[in-house]
Ligand binder design. Structure first.
Ligand SMILES: Cc1ncc(COP(=O)(O)O)c(C=O)c1O
Length: 431
């Protein structure tokens, strides 16, 4: 049971006051289906379902029922054009021209496609720079693509370690660049630590040595502004199921800067055809003019419908408002944590500075897996990342200050009481 101290009361009271003065946030939250009885702080893993996503999926189902195969051309947004329509909706969220975006395959497949397209165009280079904290699937895709080109990934992947702070410094990534480097791939926000990376700075440094710069924006898109085109990023991927609330397994997105348009797709498929030629059924492909050429096969219409529906809501709010609220929420949590978690063996790994912080906070603790299990059982949904990180993501569209305060108080109470010590020690399984 939570111990109610004066400090607890103060933070909870402040949180309730902040919530009560923000009627706009309350109105947006009302658009979401919030799992009952819990403070959901896992929107950086799977964003919640909003009304507009639900109704877009139901409309797509109704159109399937009504039109059958004719839905490809007769649906309100013909299914044949739906991926292009979603690409247009999401382009502002990554700071791209619509023809620089393609949506359809999973995030990992999008990365495979970009690498398979870009690597052959630079046969003289074979080194890829990755940060040591990069998402495993990114590493696997890079290794597989290098292997397919006959390069040894053990020799060709140059990993930049995190410093003692747990953070990867841009300066270290830049120091790892030289004229053997084909590409550097970095996250927009590091999925473990919540650290925001300066993509423009890394892109400029990469171009200085003639390398490409790629970004995995899965943990940054939907929670902070991007200007991928203007920053000079060459290629990027992201998923739509985190802060963009497009639903479990929602299709991933890719960005290919206009300067690379016209390259033959590495993994060619008929959905990358020029749309006016796709049904010619010719044995030779005529690729679409822009990033659309990197589509592969038929996209999942029901999943795209959910993404389109969620984007309607997001576009009505706008990224600047989202980022401003996200920063307020994480700042509030961080200040609360500094006081409430003092002396309990927690360390906030996420940077304090606004410009270096993404949408979630990560705290290290030696008993993190056990603490997360108790947290979840007692009404706060966090997530755990091995070996010792607790991630808490206040989603700016639907998390209240009160939920943030409750999470920090519960964290403190669990560790103070030692409730986590009774948990079995086996490794936490994370979806
Ligand atoms: C940072 C990051 N990159 C890549 C992926 C892989 O995405 P997908 O499973 O859609 O391929 C994830 C999945 O959570 C992720 O968090």
């Amino acid at each position: 049971m939570e111990t109610v101290t004066q400090g607890t009361r103060n933070w909870l009271q402040r949180a309730v006051e902040l919530d009560s003065t923000d009627s706009f946030a309350a109105a947006v939250r009302a658009e979401f289906e919030i799992p009952p009885g819990v403070a959901y702080l896992d929107g950086n893993s799977l964003g919640l379902c909003c009304r507009s996503a639900r109704s877009a999926v139901l409309s797509a189902l109704a159109e399937w029922g009504r039109f059958g195969v004719d839905g490809w051309l007769s649906a309100a947004t013909p299914w044949f054009d739906l991926a292009e329509s979603v690409a247009e909706q999401v382009a502002p969220w990554v700071g791209a021209y619509p023809d620089e975006v393609a949506v359809g395959a999973s995030t990992t497949v999008q990365l495979h496609q970009l690498l398979a397209t870009l690597i052959p165009a630079r046969p003289e280079r074979s080194v890829v720079v990755l940060d040591d904290l990069s998402f495993p699937s990114d590493s696997y895709a890079v290794a597989a693509q290098l292997s397919m080109r006959g390069f040894d990934p053990k020799r060709c992947i140059r990993r930049v370690p995190a410093r003692d702070s747990g953070l990867v410094e841009e300066a270290d990534l830049i120091a790892a660049l030289d004229d053997t480097v084909l590409a550097v791939l970095v996250p927009g926000v590091v999925y473990t630590t919540g650290q925001r990376m300066d993509l423009a700075r890394i892109a400029a440094a990469a171009h200085g040595v003639g390398a490409l710069m790629g970004a995995d924006c899965s943990h940054s898109v939907g929670v902070l502004p991007h200007r991928l085109h203007d920053w000079g990023v060459d290629f990027a991927v992201w998923c739509h199921y985190k802060y963009l609330n497009g639903g479990p397994g929602a299709p991933g997105g890719l960005f290919l800067h206009r300067r690379h348009h016209g390259l033959r797709p590495g993994l060619a498929g008929w959905w990358g055809s020029d749309k006016s030629r796709q049904f010619d059924m010719a044995p030779e492909m005529t690729p679409a003019a822009g990033a659309g050429a990197l589509q592969i096969g038929t996209p999942s219409i029901l999943s795209l419908a959910a993404v389109a529906g969620a984007l309607e809501l997001l576009n009505s709010v706008g990224v600047d408002r989202i980022r401003a609220r996200s920063l307020c929420l994480t700042r509030f949590m961080s200040e609360h944590a500094r006081e409430a978690l003092a002396g309990l063996n927690f360390t906030q790994v996420t940077p304090e500075q606004d410009e270096r912080r993404g949408g979630h906070l990560a705290f290290s603790h030696p008993g993190a897996a056990r603490v997360c299990r108790v947290l979840k059982r007692e009404g706060v949904v966090p997530d755990f990342r091995p070996p010792n990180l607790i991630r808490l993501a206040p989603a700016p569209l639907y998390t209240s200050y009160e939920e943030c305060a409750r999470a920090i108080e519960l964290l403190a109470d669990i560790v103070r009481s030692g409730r986590h010590l009774a948990e079995p020690g086996e490794r936490e399984r994370v979806a």
